[in-house]
Design a protein around this ligand. Sequence first.
Ligand SMILES: Cc1cc2nc3c(=O)[nH]c(=O)nc-3n(C[C@H](O)[C@H](O)[C@H](O)COP(=O)(O)OP(=O)(O)OC[C@H]3O[C@@H](n4cnc5c(N)ncnc54)[C@H](O)[C@@H]3O)c2cc1C
Length: 452
Amino acid sequence: MLGCIAAVAGANPAHNDHVITRDICVIGGGAAGTYAAVRLGDMNQSVIVIEHKDRLGGNTQTFTDPITGAKADIGVQVWHVLDIVKNFFSRFNVPLTTTQTTASSVEFIDFTNGAKLKGYPGNQGNLTVALQAYAAQLAKYPFLDAGFDLPDPVPTDLLMPFGDFVAKYNLSAAMTVLPDFAAGLGTLTKYPTLYFMKVAGLTILQSIQTGFYTTAHHDNSEIYQNAQAALLAADSLLLNSHIVATERGNNGGPVKLVVSTPSGHRVIQAKKIIFAIPPTLENLHNFDIDSEERHLFEQFSTTGYYTGLLRNSGVPANAGTITDRGLHTTFHVPKLPNIFSTYASAILGLQQVFYGSDTVLPIDQVKHSIITTMQQIFPNATATVPPVFAVFSSHSPFVFMVPSSAIKAGFYRKLSNLQGHRHMFYAGAAFQTQDSSLIWQFIEGLLPHVVA
Ligand SMILES: Cc1cc2nc3c(=O)[nH]c(=O)nc-3n(C[C@H](O)[C@H](O)[C@H](O)COP(=O)(O)OP(=O)(O)OC[C@H]3O[C@@H](n4cnc5c(N)ncnc54)[C@H](O)[C@@H]3O)c2cc1C
């Protein structure tokens, strides 16, 4: 078998330098893959991480101003105040500080036309009461904290569109703040309540009150840079690399993977794989997935999430956070695709913009939409040049979802059963939620099964 896959690789298996033997091969070096690789090392497992970019961190991205050297985090901003987070940062000597996320000055406008929402959010009811009512609903479903280990049958409230759920439990006042913790979820009222509760769960509610961790150096990528250095030093990381082919087999014996690296193709022999990249059919294309796996992964639909820093944005320098709320939408959720919030970044003169969509859109279309919307809403009579991106980033595909009919029919039970199937385990947001801290908790539960 090795001879066969080595032929794909163009590598001669007689040459040992072409064959990398490890206990575990981790695909992807974002929040999930990096954490899994580091913790597997603690468990005396040898590891190799395959990351297609030139850096670890995934959605954790920090822009450095080429002129001033000032930094702004344009992806992940905060983590929960949990020991698992504190321990991970402390082992890489990255100091943390605690922040309150409640913005001091928030303005609500409809980004489709720039109209202000008069009387909002005060006219939506009692926020504290509504958040307590939402928390009481969340407390009914403690299993939501850990992956998608859903009971059978799945509670009907979790299957109903979230807008219906909000109406049923009179939570409209909570909708003045909760959408901001479910960024990237698309038009959240139309998807099964399960997905909203996964993104905005009890841990988020608690953190809204107690604050979050962020990095004291205001450089959220530092943790990944330090992890990258440690993994490279341990010969446990291939950057700018991707999988070309796999042979996972059905029974015992090592898994074989062919990896394209900057120095040519390499063959990896490992006992297990941890798949920690978005599970799109495109990303799974070079894996020898079977019909059972394909049948599940092809059911996912995904949202789009984009961020960028704009020069000449036209937004007044003294503006606070400007958040999108639909004038005429149900519970005033933003009408997407559109910008759903913007604020002054940590770099003087650069405005951070967040853009959401129910589907993945072409990057040029999103950029054009952002620029024209900003020009329309924040016309800048004094500027001689239009808004321009200092940096733009697509974090798409972002949230992975299936329809309520599929959830009801046991989609997530079947997905959970894939853990370990043909030597492959799955980590990452699609298997937990878009929350780095909670992904790390999920991985702590997963790794004992991986190394068993
Ligand atoms: C703008 C924004 C703000 C956010 N803010 C927060 C926040 O404040 N706090 C928080 O906890 N979470 C936040 N999140 C969510 C958080 O980013 C995710 O939960 C987390 O990054 C998911 O980790 P992951 O490892 O599953 O995916 P990713 O971080 O996306 O990592 C996937 C990795 O796999 C690599 N990869 C992809 N395809 C391949 C391939 N074919 N071969 C090899 N490598 C590949 C990617 O380059 C990447 O490094 C935010 C997300 C965004 C987009």
